[in-house]
Design a protein around this ligand. Structure first.
Ligand code: HEC
Ligand code: HEC
Length: 233
């Protein structure tokens, strides 16, 4: 009888092992990726917060926010898309799309190591994690608009050396002094900046073909409010 139970238990363990191995091989979270084998330490240290702050926020979220079919704003959402992220970003190198720059070797290796270790939320070595970024609410001031909107969705083209450098969004002064009447203090409805981001704009900004998300109605409202209040710095 004891011998029978022993054999039963042995078989059970063997079946479990075989299953876990085969599902591991089929899974996108393959541990035996040769590129990442030397990165044991990075694998054990890298958390979702590190990936979020070093890669997702600067290089993915302008296009993959709440209005995207591939929303990458939270850990569960990112984890749910991990196979496709691995495919598009690491295997095919199709993401991030232009005008965002490709991942640097360091970013590529970091993302690769994180996915190879199972894309954990917290560092596997139990060490300290980065705190979640503090989200400062959008307010009708130039600095808040620049930080929350322009930085992520506009300056990638509207800055020195880039394709739209002629149209500066750098300061309230630049906007007010623009020959294109980008900001007419007190009059949002005649301000080119507002006209360029409305859903019915002739050439909507950010340009549709980029895949960068359009401004949300509540974001447009805050920019209008800032202009209404006199468009101060
Ligand atoms: C400039 C916009 C843009 C940026 C930046 C960008 N993406 Fe995308 N991404 C898209 C668009 C648009 C699609 C829709 C599919 C297509 O047109 O190829 C897409 C599709 C995807 C998909 C789904 C592919 C599929 O069809 O299964 C994944 C996953 C993805 N992106 C991940 C990322 C990651 C990770 C980053 C950052 C490293 C990133 N993307 C950066 C625009 C972008
Ligand atoms: C993919 C690049 C790209 C992105 C991203 C982008 N723009 Fe543009 N934008 C352009 C180009 C190119 C022009 C034309 C520049 C020129 O005429 O020299 C332009 C022109 C403009 C103009 C002037 C329109 C006119 O009356 O001629 C405004 C205003 C503007 N963009 C606002 C924005 C804002 C606001 C954002 C972010 C929400 C943004 N853009 C994001 C490329 C971009």
């Amino acid at each position: 009888m004891t011998k029978f139970i022993f054999i039963l238990a042995f078989n059970l363990v063997a079946i479990l092992l075989a299953n876990s191995c085969s599902s591991r091989n089929a899974s996108p979270l393959n541990f035996s990726d040769s590129r990442t084998q030397g990165n044991q330490e990075i694998q054990e240290r890298t958390s979702y917060q590190i990936i979020n702050q070093q890669i997702l926020i600067p290089k993915c979220l302008s296009c993959h926010g709440s209005s995207s079919t591939v929303n990458l704003e939270t850990y569960p959402a990112v984890y749910g898309h991990i196979a496709r992220i691995k495919q598009e970003t690491l295997a095919l190198r199709k993401m991030p799309k232009l005008p965002y720059t490709p991942l640097t070797t360091k970013e590529y290796n970091l993302l690769s190591a994180w996915i190879a270790s199972g894309a954990p939320e917290k560092p596997l070595d139990g060490g300290d994690d980065l705190p979640a970024p503090t989200i400062e609410p959008l307010t009708p001031t130039f600095s808040s608009i620049k930080k929350n909107i322009f930085q992520n969705k506009c300056l990638i083209c509207h800055s020195a050396g880039k394709e739209a450098e002629r149209v500066s969004l750098n300061s309230a002064e630049d906007l007010i002094n623009s020959p294109l009447d980008l900001v007419v203090p007190g009059n949002p409805d005649d301000s080119g900046l507002i006209l360029s981001v409305l859903p019915n704009a002739r050439k909507i900004m950010p340009p549709k073909k980029t895949g960068i998300e359009f401004l949300k109605p509540e974001e447009i409202e805050v920019v209008k409010q800032w202009i209404e209040n006199g468009a101060k710095d």
